[in-house]
Write a protein that binds this ligand. Sequence first.
Ligand code: ADP
Length: 261
Amino acid sequence: NNQQNTCGVVNNPKNRVKHIIGIMSGKGGVGKSTVTAILAVELKRRGFKVGIMDADITGPSIPRLFGINNQRATGDGTYIYPVKTSEGIDVMSMNLLMPQETQPVLWRGPMIGGAVQQFWTDVVWGELDFLLVDMPPGTGDVALTVMQSIPVTGLVMVSTPQSMVSMIVAKAVNMADKMGIKVLGVVENMTYITCPDCGKRIDIYGKNASQEAANKVGVKLLGELPMDKDLMELSDEGRVEKFEAFREEFKNISDSILGSI
Ligand code: ADP
């Protein structure tokens, strides 16, 4: 039953995962992990079975967002079992395997690729509708190894307006194309702020800037997200599952993703 997929990675016979979606960014700090987490929450609220693989091995932040960073994954010698969040999202992260959260992972690319591959072959995800993969940032060696190690079916790019207009996103899109992985679109993060007094949207980088940049790169604009104080606070407190602000945006982003897979 150990079928090989197109990446040459052996599938775990215990896993039945319908869609594996990689969340990618041209560089770090643009909100890739945050978007991964909220997207997972939104899909879970819709009744899907959802898991998150934190493939950002050297900068794992998913467990902290869900407040499970003090828990540890369990194993039985053959398989490793993910940790469940309070709302029932399955999470696997290097952070859940290290003795201490603060310990750095001092590995080179191939070792990281090996670990990520094990997150697929040795972790019991069971039956999932969606496995979201929080990819390592950038278009370097590590991201490449991850793309080769996990049978990702589609990619969602996360970008800020600055990185959108630079060539970073175009580079990431080219990389996905070369690997034969479909780019579902781009989520632009921290595009605008909402005035706390009148609720008016203030486009920091000008109106339609995101759409124009997306057109230029040749990707679908899945949505724009504001810079939001509540989101930052909930993330810091490990309560991202309590997130309610700008849910409408995430509903639309999810609809777009569901429509294109
Ligand atoms: P990445 O995964 O790309 O490195 P993170 O998701 O860890 O980025 O986000 C980087 C920082 O920015 C975090 O402190 C996060 O809470 C904050 N952040 C991300 N998106 C937003 C947003 N829309 N509004 C406010 N803060 C945000």
